[in-house]
Design a protein around this ligand. Structure first.
Ligand SMILES: NC(=O)C1=CN([C@@H]2O[C@H](COP(=O)(O)OP(=O)(O)OC[C@H]3O[C@@H](n4cnc5c(N)ncnc54)[C@H](OP(=O)(O)O)[C@@H]3O)[C@@H](O)[C@H]2O)C=CC1
Ligand SMILES: O=C1OC[C@@H](O)[C@H](O)[C@H]1O
Length: 370
């Protein structure tokens, strides 16, 4: 069956800008039949792919991603381009998925919005808060939907954990959330290049920050009151990016502390948990190879046997954010309440503050917001 399934569904027509590593995972998820996740109202179809490295790279991407007999048939209708300027002029594309390094997001989001396309852009949305503030205003002026691809927030398991804490209050008063992202990376990885917006904080720190934001900043009693922030960074003298960063967020209104840690030299979280939520009744430990993709959680209440839950994830998990984009666009919404512009701006303000205290500045050409 083609990925758009039955004709009753609203099929969103996607353009893929920068077909690299993560674009493969994203398109792989778009190809899954929505019925496998119980979705019947929306579906997805890639209609165009554009690579700045040449049309051949876009062609190769399509060949690699569309391999079954039905997919090969579907791929015949996909247009490929050797530049982003040509891609954004494709009149059939409704929404653009931007999958380039963060250094390029600001300019490319502007390109897409100015061409009249809705936008889903990979995380971290920009290099700093000034850039995302400007993009938020531009998307509203253009009447276009725009969202940071903070996919973790759309996962069923993530929503389940937040519900247990906020609505069911199973941990009682939450005093502390500590979330970590550690991964050992080779020194030729893009995260070792400041001109690509490298370093641990922006690229991986966004996930621990997502947990702190959902659980504490968005706690019903906190009402998005701003935390006090203390930041610390160990910047590599050789690579000029942060290899290890910490942010401590004090939420005085709810008497709670959020701690985010990130590291590019050691896999801190394997095989244990990466996030611990601690209340006066016990803890929730969140597991998964990556903090971005929680796969299980354990509830450890005082005096009770720990209980571990591991819900089935029917794919990688990117399709949920894609479904949200489709539904918002159909409903005429310019942003999603799940990853709002306010939340993306808040995250970049926290990152700015940690970088200020830690002493990390990126090259001027990627910090500018003009
Ligand atoms: N949601 C998630 O789980 C993940 C998200 N990400 C995010 O996705 C984005 C892309 O990451 P990833 O796929 O690993 O990146 P890649 O290194 O695979 O690059 C992706 C594409 O970006 C363009 N690109 C790469 N290097 C450069 C450069 N030096 N200058 C200009 N353009 C470049 C190329 O596009 P072209 O072919 O057009 O030249 C390339 O195909 C990042 O923002 C990252 O944070 C990354 C991993 C996981
Ligand atoms: O978003 C991400 O998640 C997985 C990591 O390996 C990657 O560096 C990061 O960009």
């Amino acid at each position: 069956m083609p990925s758009d399934g039955s004709s009753n569904k609203r099929v969103m027509r996607w353009g893929i800008l920068a077909p690299g590593g993560i674009a493969e995972t994203f398109v792989g998820d778009l190809q899954l039949d929505p019925a496998t996740r119980g979705v019947t109202d929306v579906a997805h179809r890639v209609v165009a792919v554009g690579s700045a490295s040449g049309q051949k790279k876009a062609d190769d991407f399509v060949k690699r991603m569309y391999t079954t007999k039905e997919q090969v048939e579907e791929a015949k209708a996909i247009r490929t381009y050797g530049s982003y300027d040509e891609l954004v002029r494709d009149a059939d594309v409704e929404i653009m998925y931007i999958a380039s390094p963060q250094s390029h997001h600001y300019q490319q989001i502007k390109l897409c919005l100015n061409a009249g396309k809705h936008v889903l852009c990979e995380k971290p949305i920009t290099i700093n808060a000034e850039q995302i503030r400007k993009l938020s205003a531009l998307s509203k002026a253009k009447n276009l939907f725009f969202m940071e691809a903070r996919w973790t927030k759309f996962m069923d398991i993530f929503r389940e954990i937040v519900k247990l804490v906020h609505e069911d209050k199973i941990l009682g008063h939450v005093y502390r959330v500590h979330s970590d992202f550690g991964q050992e990376l080779p020194e030729d990885h893009r995260l070792y290049f400041p001109e690509l917006g490298g370093g641990g904080l922006l690229d991986c720190g966004i996930y621990p920050l997502t947990y702190l934001t959902a659980l504490l900043w968005d706690h019903p009693d906190n009402q998005r009151a701003r935390p006090r922030v203390t930041g610390s960074m160990r910047i590599s003298p050789k690579f000029k990016v942060d290899e290890d960063s910490t942010g401590v967020l004090q939420f005085d209104k709810i008497n709670a502390t959020g701690i985010l840690t990130v590291n590019m030299r050691v896999d801190l979280h394997r095989p244990a948990f990466h996030t611990i939520i601690q209340g006066d009744k016990g803890d929730i430990l969140v597991h998964g190879t990556h903090t971005s993709r929680p796969t299980a959680y354990s509830i450890v209440l005082k005096g009770q046997k720990p209980v571990t839950k591991e819900p089935h994830i029917p794919g990688h998990g990117f399709f949920w954010e894609a479904d949200e984009c489709a539904r918002c666009i159909v409903a005429g919404k310019l942003e999603s309440p799940v990853v709002s512009h306010e939340e993306s701006i808040f995250a970049m303000e926290i990152m700015d503050e940690i970088r200020k205290q830690g002493g990390l500045q990126f090259p001027e050409q990627i910090e500018r917001a003009d």
